[in-house]
Design a protein around this ligand. Structure first.
Ligand SMILES: NC(=O)c1ccc[n+]([C@@H]2O[C@H](COP(=O)([O-])OP(=O)(O)OC[C@H]3O[C@@H](n4cnc5c(N)ncnc54)[C@H](O)[C@@H]3O)[C@@H](O)[C@H]2O)c1
Length: 327
């Protein structure tokens, strides 16, 4: 998947920390860094929602270290930052419903854990931090497509926690002269996304159901739209944001998506076609805190990061299905 590199720098002299590297997006970033011979890749993850299975194949590599630790514990953050040049901060508790059920847990990990990482990175004189924000920050703004500098009111504790990241990111960059860039991800999907549990995302849930001849359940009427983004595009954005020169690194935010929207009903039809099934979906009540429509304007990332999301939804779903079939 990553045969054409997204970078021109030599990774052999560079050291990386990926927090949340045993999770879905984090492990895809780790895979890219190791494939391109990074000098050192450290993962800090407490396996709250990630899996050792996601990083098992890297454990024997001499340039890879797994630290089982918690970003809520600043000593773990400091330990993970020793000798690190670049941080991809992915560790968080995802999911809007999880944050509504347990806002304290979401706040502790996503807000306090984030500031711990910033302090540890500052003290270790890390060169640049690229962190995961979320399109949920746009909240109740009805404007489409979403442009970075126009947001609405956040609709969930999760969205507030990600907004907090953006505020701290900017303040830390300015106050402590750090390079910090936030990426607002829009519905990322792909291999290693967990289909299990009550907080699973739509695409892995639907694939799992359809592959097992069960009816996928859609929230609401299925006409809500999302800018579904294959994970290799998110990896590309992370790498390009980490090494982009001549950009403002004082807490700058970029939308990371494809720039196309698909309704859940359309998504289900594509999946049914690819899988070759006639299994029908069911519909249930709308979910609290969900936004109706989501579509990114990605021109800022295209112009400044030279980000080009080259894997569109159908191709991404094919890769994802291939991975699910190996499970
Ligand atoms: N997947 C998406 O569509 C999406 C959209 C917007 C933003 N994001 C953000 O992207 C990042 C990665 O998300 P993902 O989809 O890969 O989720 P994930 O749950 O697969 O990965 C998160 C990782 O963080 C780890 N983690 C959680 N709490 C931790 C803690 N206290 N200390 C250390 N590690 C901890 C988990 O064990 C997991 O491995 C998150 O910040 C998430 O909020 C994801």
């Amino acid at each position: 998947m990553y045969s054409t590199p997204f970078h021109t720098n030599d990774f052999a002299s560079k050291t990386f920390l990926v927090t949340g590297g045993a999770g879905f997006i984090g492990s895809n970033i780790v895979e890219y860094l190791l494939k391109h011979n990074a000098k050192k890749v450290v993962v800090l993850d407490n396996l709250a929602t990630g899996f050792e299975e996601n990083i098992n194949s890297f454990l024997s590599l001499s340039n890879f270290t797994f630290i089982k630790g918690d970003i809520c514990n600043i000593e773990d953050c400091k330990k993970a930052c020793v000798g690190i040049d670049h941080i991809f901060h992915q560790a968080a508790l995802g999911s809007v419903p999880r944050s509504i059920q347990n806002p304290i847990a979401t706040h502790n990990v996503n807000a306090t854990g984030f500031i711990n990482m910033l302090i540890a990175a500052r003290d270790a004189k890390v060169k640049r931090i690229v962190y995961a924000s979320s399109s949920s920050v746009y909240g109740d703004s009805k404007i489409l497509p979403k442009v970075e500098n126009v947001i609405g009111k956040q609709l969930s504790p999760y969205a507030v926690s990600k907004m907090t990241n953006e505020l701290y990111g900017e303040i830390f960059a300015k106050t402590y002269t750090m390079e910090i860039i936030g990426l607002r991800y829009f519905n990322i999907f792909g291999p290693r996304q967990n289909p299990q549990g009550e907080y699973a995302a739509a695409i892995p849930l639907f694939i799992n159901a359809l592959l097992n001849a069960q009816s996928p359940a859609l929230n609401g009427d299925g006409e809500q739209t999302r800018d579904f983004t294959f994970v290799s595009n998110a990896v590309q954005a992370n790498i390009k944001a980490m090494f982009a020169q001549n950009i403002n690194t004082e807490g700058t935010i970029f939308n990371i998506a494809v720039g196309e929207r698909v309704s859940l009903n359309q998504l289900i039809e594509i999946l049914k076609k690819l899988i070759g099934t006639k299994t029908q979906q069911t519909y249930r009540a709308e979910r609290a805190g969900d936004v109706r429509d989501s579509l990114a304007d990605i021109s800022k990332a295209q112009t400044l990061l030279k980000y080009h999301p080259n894997v569109k939804i159908e191709e991404g779903l094919k890769y994802t299905l291939a991975w699910f079939k190996t499970k």
